[in-house]
Ligand binder design. Structure first.
Ligand code: SAH
Ligand code: MG
Length: 200
């Protein structure tokens, strides 16, 4: 099937079913980043229906993606989509809670795009699987513009989620090992990289 057409179809499907795939702007930013930095093997936390995994794999023929999803229905849909595009040899899907998934593999890029309340845990867990010069990219840092906004009118759940996200942003800002740059793109993207020296 025509790739472009199939990708549009996935966007429509996600929109109709309310599946939070990456925003177009953020997706383009991430694929450009992968191209520019010659990223070859990627670990993704949060597959949903395979939209971002597919877009990343399509950047170059020698890119491989391993992607973790805990929701069975979404995982099944992702398997179908990836097969449809003939990308099953380059995209490996794992049905598991990411916090239970262990690997000794090392990656050029780790893309965190799953439960926001667990971002710090994902970061700490998978930083051990990052190559020395690799990148950790996190999506939805701005959470629809709600981080750093007035929380008094929000529901308790939403307030707690945003507080956790703000805690993650602080965790990145104050991290001795990683330096993070924040981009106001899509729903907010952060890119973290190991510091060379302490002051860098
Ligand atoms: N990266 C996808 C969108 C992912 S949406 C894209 O842009 O196309 C976030 C997904 O993360 C959801 O499908 C959710 O089920 C999954 N998820 C949330 N917490 C998770 C966890 N702890 N382990 C694995 N998957 C998780
Ligand atoms: Mg996202």
């Amino acid at each position: 099937m025509d790739q472009e057409f199939f990708i549009r179809k996935m966007e429509k499907y996600a929109d109709e079913k309310g599946i939070p795939i990456m925003e177009k702007e953020g997706m383009n930013f991430l694929t450009e980043f992968i191209k520019l930095n010659k990223v070859k093997n990627i670990l993704e936390v949060g597959t949903a229906i395979g939209y971002s995994a597919i877009n990343m794999a399509l950047v170059d023929d020698d890119i491989t993606v391993t992607s973790i999803e805990r929701d069975k229905d979404r995982y099944i849909q992702a398997v179908k989509n990836i097969k449809n595009l003939g990308l099953d040899s380059r995209i490996t899907l794992i049905l598991a809670d990411a916090l239970d998934f262990n690997t000794s593999e090392e990656y050029d890029l780790i893309f965190i795009d799953a439960a926001k309340s667990q971002y710090i845990k994902f970061f700490n867990k998978f930083a051990t699987n990052l190559k020395t010069k690799g990148y950790i990219v996190t999506d939805n840092i701005n959470f629809h513009g709600l981080t750093n906004s007035d929380k008094t009118k929000m529901s308790r759940n939403l307030r707690q989620l945003i507080t956790k996200l703000e805690r993650y942003i602080d965790f990145l800002k104050n991290n001795d090992e990683f330096k993070t740059r924040f981009f106001e793109i899509g729903d907010g993207v952060a890119i973290s990289r190991r510091r060379k020296k302490k002051d860098e």
